[in-house]
Each structure stands twice: as structure tokens, then as C-alpha cells.
Design a protein around this ligand. Structure first.
Ligand SMILES: NC(=O)C1=CN([C@@H]2O[C@H](COP(=O)(O)OP(=O)(O)OC[C@H]3O[C@@H](n4cnc5c(N)ncnc54)[C@H](O)[C@@H]3O)[C@@H](O)[C@H]2O)C=CC1
Ligand SMILES: O=C(O)[C@@H]1CCC=N1
Length: 270
């Protein structure tokens, strides 16, 4: 991987998080990373910070890259693809992280045979803890899938899934950090109401979420069984669990994932 040139089209929140993550992981040298964006200040900042190549002209980065990571909004994708069409030759791999947009959209819009992989990462790529779903397109080779898995495993955990589940990935792990940040904030608020200082409250709340997630991942135990380990009979925890169940916490989180997945499906419609 280290000898491949990786170009980012779109250097916003996700593009910049991913390029920083893969450079930090050492799977690519900064001089082999390029980025284009319409907003020059982002590019200048990233160039100064990371030592990457930048251009406000997408074509310059497309021509000079082996692997392209498309990180523009789904709403601007159509015009970006139309302008890049003739520069994305069969020697290049295109990886898109746009929410909702199906592989067929790229395969139809670009030159026949274009190799495409669809990925849905999340913002935790910033701290190398992303959760990404990956689906290869019909022209992608096994090496392309391997490259995509390598890139996204370098910034967290990556799993291959059928494309039919990519909207669910978007609703679950793509959007998911935004469902958990308010949980952390609200739990901290509860402790602040009880008199704790904000900084200690946020530290304890965030570490609690991190620790609970690690227990699910590392013990392999069912979350219900783990919950039972915390809830002493007539103890403190069962009172809190009751309050959450009264508020409909399970339906609320299920609905959040379902609504976000539905929106992903909508974004993919032409
Ligand atoms: N923000 C997130 O947590 C996640 C976002 N995504 C996907 O990543 C993509 C990017 O999202 P964000 O980084 O959040 O958005 P963003 O708005 O931060 O970044 C998009 C960037 O594209 C640039 N841009 C606009 N038109 C352009 C053009 N014609 N050529 C080149 N660059 C252009 C913008 O200046 C901006 O810097 C979207 O498709 C989104 O669905 C996927 C997973 C998580
Ligand atoms: O909200 C969005 O549309 C993007 C996709 C997943 C996370 N952010």
C-alpha cells in the first residue's frame, strides 16, 4: 500500500479525518497523499499540517493518484463525477464514502469498467476508531477490496457487507456517533445537577461509554448479560434502568437508526 498514491476529492470533515488517520497509521507516506477541494483554506491548512500535495482542481489530484477517495456531499456528487469521468481510467480505484449513493450510480456515470468500492466510515476515524462497512462494485478486483479494507482498518474497524446493507450501516455506525454524543452530554448533565464539576462529569461519562463498548467487543457477552452484571437487586442501577425504560430508550434508539437508514435510501434515489 505504501507505494500507492491516494487522492482525496473533498477535504472536509471526513476527507481530512481519513487522510490524517492513514498517514498516522503509516500505510501511506504524506508525499503520496493528495487532496482537492473547492475551499482553498482547508487545503492550505492540511498541506502545512501534513505535508500532502493539494490542488483546487480535482483533475490534478485524480490524474496523479492510484486510489481516489471521494469525500464530497451526495448532493454535489453528480457534477463532480461528470467532471472527473474521463480521468478515472481503468488503472485507478475509486472509493466513495457518500451516504446513500449506490455503486450503480458511479458505474453508470463513469467510464465502462471503472473499479468502484463503496464505504461508509464514521467520524471516529479522527481518533483511529472508525467503524466502516465496505461493499465492492462489480468491476472491483479482490486487490481493490483488500486495499479498501487496509485503508479503513488503519483508521478503526472495517467489515465487508453486501451493498443492500449499506443504508443500515449509514444509519447505525455512520450516523451513530451523533446519537451517542448527546448521551454522553446528558449523562454528564445529570452528574452536574448532582453537584459534580463539568470536566470531571464529561470525563467519567465518556470513559463509561468507552468501557461499556469495550466490554461488548472484548468479552463477546450479550449486552443484556453485561447489564445484569451491573444491576444489583434493589440497588442503584435498576432505578436508572427503569427510568430509561419509562422514557422508551430502546424504541428511541431503534427509531434513530431506522430514520437515518431511510434518509440514506432517499439520498441514493436519482
Ligand atoms: N461527516 C460524517 O460523519 C460522515 C460523512 N460521510 C460522507 O462523507 C462525505 C463528506 O462529508 P463531510 O466530510 O461531513 O462533509 P464536508 O462538507 O465537511 O466536506 C465536503 C467537502 O467537499 C468540498 N467540496 C464541495 N464541492 C466540491 C467539488 N466540486 N470538488 C471538490 N470538493 C468539493 C467542500 O468544500 C468540503 O470541504 C459525504 O458524502 C457524507 O455522506 C460518511 C461518513 C460519516
Ligand atoms: O449525516 C450524514 O448525512 C453523514 C452520513 C453519515 C454521517 N454523516
Amino acid at each position: 500500500m505504501t507505494d500507492k498514491k491516494i487522492g482525496f476529492i473533498g477535504a472536509g470533515k471526513m476527507g481530512s479525518a481519513l487522510m490524517q488517520g492513514i498517514i498516522k497509521a503509516g500505510i501511506v507516506k504524506p508525499e503520496n497523499v493528495g487532496a482537492s477541494d473547492v475551499y482553498e483554506p482547508f487545503l492550505k491548512e492540511l498541506q502545512a499540517k501534513l505535508g500532502i500535495r493539494v490542488s483546487t482542481d480535482n483533475a490534478v489530484i485524480v490524474r496523479d493518484s492510484d486510489i481516489l477517495i471521494l469525500a464530497v456531499k451526495p448532493q454535489t456528487l453528480g457534477s463532480v463525477l461528470a467532471n472527473m469521468k474521463n480521468d478515472i481510467t481503468s488503472e485507478k480505484l475509486l472509493i466513495s464514502i457518500a451516504a446513500g449513493v449506490p455503486l450503480s450510480t458511479y458505474e453508470d456515470a463513469l467510464l465502462k469498467g471503472t473499479r468502484v468500492v463503496r464505504v461508509m466510515p464514521n467520524i471516529a476515524a479522527t481518533v483511529s476508531e472508525a467503524a466502516s462497512g465496505i461493499s465492492p462494485g462489480k468491476n472491483a478486483t479482490p486487490e481493490d477490496l483488500k486495499a479498501a479494507l487496509e485503508i479503513f482498518s488503519a483508521v478503526g474497524t472495517a467489515v465487508q457487507l453486501p451493498e443492500s446493507l449499506m443504508d443500515a450501516v449509514t444509519g447505525l455506525s455512520g450516523s451513530g456517533p451523533a446519537f451517542i454524543f448527546p448521551v454522553i452530554e446528558a449523562m454528564a448533565d445529570g452528574a452536574v445537577l448532582e453537584g459534580m464539576d463539568r470536566k470531571s462529569a464529561l470525563t467519567l461519562a465518556a470513559q463509561t461509554v468507552l468501557g461499556a463498548a469495550k466490554m461488548v467487543l472484548e468479552t463477546g457477552m450479550h449486552p443484556g448479560e453485561l447489564k445484569d452484571m451491573v444491576t444489583s437487586p434493589a440497588g442503584t442501577t435498576i432505578q436508572g434502568v427503569h427510568a430509561l425504560e419509562e422514557a422508551g430508550i430502546r424504541a428511541a434508539f431503534m427509531n434513530a437508526v431506522i430514520r437515518a437508514s431511510e434518509r440514506s435510501k432517499e439520498l441514493g434515489k436519482k
